[in-house]
Design a protein around this ligand. Sequence first.
Ligand code: GLV
Length: 320
Amino acid sequence: MSKLGRIVASLPIPHVLRDRVDAQFDCIAPDRHLKTDEVIALANQHQPDGLLISLGMPMRAEHIAQLPASIRVMATTSVGYDHIDVAAANARGIIVCNTPDVLTDATADTHMLLLLGAARRAKEHVRNMDGGWKIRNGFFQGLGVEVTGKTMGIVGMGRIGRAVADRARGFRMPILYHNRTRLRADREGDARYFASLEDMLPLCQVLSLNLPGGQGVLMTAERFALLPRGAIFVNSARGSLVDEGALLEALKSGQVGAAGLDVFQKEPGYDTRLNELENTFLLPHIGSATVETRTAMAELALDGIVGVLAGQSPSNIIKV
Ligand code: GLV
């Protein structure tokens, strides 16, 4: 098979994909994650047809303007594309692809880990075990709150939101949701739709964020105040959706009883005051981080590049 063109990658290509990549492309790949400026320099040096990038590597209009004209496609190994100015890329004739669907289950699994970790005070108990189990909890000490049967409000009922709902149903949690549009009846099932987020918040014993980033701050002090006191807040979507100062205050006052967070305003330099609080359970943005899922994501991103360079219209092209 003749090669489809040249690509520059901003991340190392894992061994399992190396043969495939080498068969399809002339690939310039680093041995570490590159920064945006380094990728731009590499692209100008090698004049590739495609770019393979990842989260944490902003591609704003000013970066896109510096890319060589040879580039026809850019694929990100993420479902979220709030780090890319897709309109600016399209305006330069660059098609952008992402990795929908393949990370849905892994991310929903992580979401439940966050919920359970926050509700059951996992941080404190793991710390106790790390320290050799020096604290002996009495019968009424170290208690969390029950997840089973609590009402969960989901903001963003796309693929990941629906996968979270499926898992929550296994915990016998009634599901409420707020979404731009109401789901078709077969997708909605027993979930109850709220056109207004403000109407839903007072009913959410657990509030779950599952919507894309890039749409400003959704959870403000006013909205945290609308939750029932002690509600559990879970975010595996984007930190940019949350006013972290307001969340800190709500966690300190007990208005939010506990929070499970995989995403932060700033990553990796997150606000460590969140971790100093006992009622948080934090993970370093590992939503999709399983061997199976990360491999599938890289494959899908590469499929997008292959499709575009072969003159096809792959299903993972981002349309804005
Ligand atoms: C993860 O956050 C992703 O967007 O893939």
